[in-house]
Design a binder for this molecule. Structure first.
Ligand SMILES: NC(=O)c1ccc[n+]([C@@H]2O[C@H](COP(=O)([O-])OP(=O)(O)OC[C@H]3O[C@@H](n4cnc5c(N)ncnc54)[C@H](O)[C@@H]3O)[C@@H](O)[C@H]2O)c1
Length: 335
């Protein structure tokens, strides 16, 4: 009896990381797909996928009854259409972040997942970044006490990668890349229930949206926070994240080999900071695929399902809306 997961992989630029994760994880890769013949050939040759398993039309994956699970890493605007077609054809899907760019599209994906009974995981990869996994376990262990403030930034210079689908007005930086920081705060602290944001536009004339946005956030239980997104910044990629608790403070990043933990003694005075080494792996797609495969096989629950992806989209759209209208926005997580 065949017990290897039979997979396919659509979109083969960032999506090659999923393909690699599947191959390393022992999946039976039945098909790869990219509408660009050049990208398809490149990925096929790089990973030794034979020509008869290479397709330029994703409908060949949709129609293939043997395929059980599919990863989708195409431009964000195409996530909903392709993901829904796969779910409705009975495939489990790992869809890249952001799950979609509109509330209508995330609702459609949730509906397709619910009606088909198939899993839809969203690739919020920061939940598998070693430093952030460590931060989550430290916070949950109570070592920094009760969290009262958290902030995260997504600073990534898009100057060289923005000249395509990323310049779509619907693909605002806060949802495109900033969804990483927003999702991370949701995971570490909870859902922001009130947001207020400012934006500015000084670095990327080729995009029709602000290239820097700052949002102040109110969470439940008296927790406050901040998200900063800059897609034109002149610095290395970083997602520097700070979490302040009543007994300590955490400072971490996806691009630093260590994180810093401050804890206070019984007298409330700060201790020396502990420097905790962490593995550097800002795009841990192998672990992400492993979790997806385990959930598909029923070995673990799926945490980042379509509803979870939708909530991150909702928080991002609320921040964008506030930065445009100048008004406080209350996200509606009723998905
Ligand atoms: N998790 C992360 O950190 C991370 C990093 C980069 C990109 N992403 C996400 O991954 C997705 C892809 O990003 P990218 O950087 O690889 O983009 P890209 O534009 O470099 O590559 C997209 C690929 O999809 C292919 N494609 C486009 N339309 C297609 C279709 N209809 N059928 C089949 N293939 C199609 C293109 O030919 C191209 O090879 C996006 O959703 C992006 O937001 C996530």
């Amino acid at each position: 009896m065949e017990n290897k997961l039979v997979t396919a992989h659509i979109g083969l630029r960032f999506g090659m990381a999923h393909l690699e994760g599947a191959l390393n994880g022992g999946a039976d890769v039945a098909a790869i797909c990219d509408c660009s013949e050049e990208n398809l050939r490149f990925a096929g040759e790089r990973y030794g996928v034979p020509e008869e398993k290479r397709f330029t039309d994703y409908m060949d994956i949709v129609r293939n009854g043997r395929i059980q699970a599919v990863t989708v890493a195409v431009p964000d605007q195409l996530h909903a259409g392709i993901t829904c077609a796969l779910l409705r054809a009975g495939k489990h899907v790992l869809c890249e972040k952001p799950l979609a760019l509109t509330r209508e599209d995330v609702r459609e994906i949730i509906r397709a997942s619910d009606e088909s009974g198939k899993l839809c995981m969203v690739g919020q990869i920061c939940r598998f970044t070693p430093a952030f996994e460590k931060a989550k376990s430290l916070i949950d262990s109570g070592v920094i006490g009760e969290v009262y403030y958290a902030e995260s930034e997504y600073a990534h210079d898009y100057m060289k990668i923005v000249d395509n689908w990323r310049a779509d007005p619907k693909r605002h930086g806060v949802i495109g890349g900033g969804c990483h920081a927003v999702d991370l705060l949701r995971w570490l602290v909870g859902d922001p229930i009130e947001v207020f944001a400012y934006g500015t536009h000084k670095l990327l004339p080729q995009v029709p949206y602000d290239d820097a946005t700052v949002a102040v956030l109110k969470f439940g239980g008296g927790v406050i926070g901040k998200v900063f997104v800059s897609t034109g910044c002149k610095r290395d990629y970083t997602m520097r994240t700070l979490v302040y608790g009543t007994k300590g403070t955490l400072i971490c990043d996806n691009t630093s080999p260590s994180m810093t933990l401050f804890t206070a003694g019984e007298d409330g005075m700060a201790h020396e900071p502990q420097i905790i080494p962490v593995e550097l792996n800002s795009h841990n797609a192998a672990r992400e695929f492993e979790v997806f495969a385990a959930a598909v096989k029923g070995e673990r629950p799926l945490e980042t399902d379509a509803r979870e992806g939708a909530k991150t989209v909702e928080a991002c759209l609320s921040i964008i809306e506030s930065s445009v209208t100048g008004k406080i926005v209350h996200p509606n997580y009723d998905f």
